[in-house]
Ligand binder design. Sequence first.
Ligand code: CU
Ligand code: ZN
Length: 172
Amino acid sequence: MKIQKTIFITSVFILSSAAFAADAVTTAKAVLAPTQGNTASGVVIFTKATDGVKVVADVTGLTPGEHGFHIHEFGDCSAPDAMSAGGHFNPKHVDHGAPNATPHHVGDLGNVVADASGNAHYEYVDKSMSFSGANSILGRGMIVHKDKDDLHSQPVGNAGARVACAVIGVAK
Ligand code: CU
Ligand code: ZN
């Protein structure tokens, strides 16, 4: 009887593991809301690509020009200025940089560029982020900044205040 029970529990475990693997995350989404006193909002979609994660963002309500665009450590937009999202997501404990530079934070996505109407479209395939393990972006914060990320100043590219914040969640 005891052996049968063990076999049953083991089978359930194997089956549920298989089900989990089949449901592995392939898409995530962050819905940006403006911080206090700002008007920026938008949607960021993350999809699993062959060599990383593809990031596609559409942001509106910005001032024209470049705006720092990063994944921050915490999925917490509760503070009016979004400082609750913490610093850049940096699981490798390296310096800040451009998304295609070595080194750079896993959360470093450079800048979104807004046109004269304040609309920005962004697309990038990132090789360092993932949906599982130490570099998983799930549950982290997505931030758009007031100013341009200069891609070299430490620790955050001198991008200034946070104008929009979102939590990155699992999507279908
Ligand atoms: Cu940032
Ligand atoms: Zn950074």
